[in-house]
Design a binder for this molecule. Structure first.
Ligand SMILES: Nc1ncnc2c1ncn2[C@@H]1O[C@H](COP(=O)(O)OP(=O)(O)OP(=O)(O)O)[C@@H](O)[C@H]1O
Length: 336
């Protein structure tokens, strides 16, 4: 059952045109001119309960603007939004009870207060019952290791600690929906992994629907099955990540180190992209051949010392889609 419904959503911003020079500045005061910026153009999607969806796009694509409409901070210019049956901007307070929000770059906690006091304030704001508050705090303390810094003021927390505190705070009132904006930004590898495991757990155990906005493709790959890709305010893809990988990631690279390079290397169904000493970079289409088939061919004439097979990473696939467009790629004009 769908929990978020977005239909033909559109958001324009009117930006005051600035003229240069003193005369221009005076002219702007007398007669202000505005330019229309279409931040979100005709976006539609629906998200089912318990789904974990990556909402991604390059800088300025319109991600935050969409999320702000889903949280009720912004009113759409046209189109409709429903979050758990509520139109967010019409009923921000009721909507707030249904959602948890974490912004990696900002905190919702009170900067100067010991962390635990922020939790207690949020408990009052969201009217969380004592029993539930205790249960949630016990769970979050255990999984997120909150104990070590509960009495430390938020401003003294490390980034990793602050993120752990922020995600716990966003879930205190048991929202069925969680918006995460760059939840692992700036974290080290270990802290990133812990954060991802926690997100997976709350999605699995509590069936929380998660909308994840991030520039970190590893977050997306590790957490989401589905991604909605937007560019210049428009939706360019909505579907399984594996489908994109399958369709656009059909080229692989086989890297082989040979014992010797006598007579060079000649291969069927593959292209030698680079040759340096005894090392060869071989590009092949996995629909036409396979790494093992190529290795077979090579071992007929050479001894292999070492080999690796590289898959294109989702990151490189997506950056190609940004650059060259999804449609272009479906016509297979672009090869990865
Ligand atoms: N309050 C505003 N007034 C005017 N223009 C805005 C406003 N907020 C966003 N924009 C513009 O709308 C477009 C979309 O911005 P948005 O912040 O939604 O992008 P984003 O995808 O979240 O980008 P990023 O990855 O950099 O955070 C940008 O061109 C931005 O400059």
């Amino acid at each position: 059952m769908s929990i978020i419904e977005v239909s033909n959503l559109h958001k324009d911003f009117m930006i005051a045109k600035r003229e240069t020079g003193l005369l221009g500045a005076l002219r702007s005061i007398v007669k202000r001119e505005f330019i229309k910026k279409e931040a979100v153009k005709d976006i539609s999607f629906s998200i089912n309960e318990g789904e974990m969806v990556g909402y991604i796009g390059p800088n300025g694509a319109g991600k935050s603007t969409t999320i702000k409409m889903l949280t009720g901070i912004l009113v759409p210019t046209s189109g409709s939004v429903q979050v758990n049956g509520i139109v967010p901007y019409e009923d921000r307070q009721r909507n707030a009870k249904n959602i948890g929000v974490v912004f990696g770059q900002r905190t919702q906690l009170w900067w100067d207060l010991p962390t635990i006091e922020s939790f207690e304030l949020l408990k009052e704001i969201y009217q969380v019952k004592d029993k539930r508050y205790k249960e949630n705090m016990d769970t979050f303390k255990e999984i997120l290791g909150l104990d070590e810094f509960l009495n430390t003021p938020v401003r003294q927390l490390s980034l990793g600690q602050r993120m752990r505190a922020d995600i716990a705070a966003s879930l205190l009132h048991d929202p069925p929906i969680l918006f995460l904006d760059e939840p692992t930004i700036g974290l080290d590898v270990v802290a990133k992994e812990k954060m991802r495991v926690f997100i997976q757990e709350i999605n699995k155990l509590r069936k929380v629907t998660v909308i994840l906005t991030t520039h970190d493709m590893e977050d997306i790959e590790k957490l989401c099955k589905r991604m909605v890709l937007i560019d210049h305010g428009q939706k360019v893809y909505d579907g399984d990540i594996s489908t994109v990988k399958d369709r656009f990631g059909k080229y692989r690279t086989l890297i082989v180190d040979l014992e010797d390079n006598k007579n060079g290397l000649h291969l069927k169904d593959a292209e030698i992209k680079e040759e340096e000493g005894n090392r060869f970079l071989i590009k092949f289409n996995r629909k036409e051949t396979s790494a093992s088939e190529l290795i077979n061919q090579i071992t007929k004439t050479h001894s292999i010392k070492d080999l690796t097979v590289e898959e294109p990473e989702i990151e490189s696939i997506i950056s190609r889609i940004y650059q060259e467009g999804f449609e272009e790629k479906t016509k297979e004009k672009v090869q990865i």
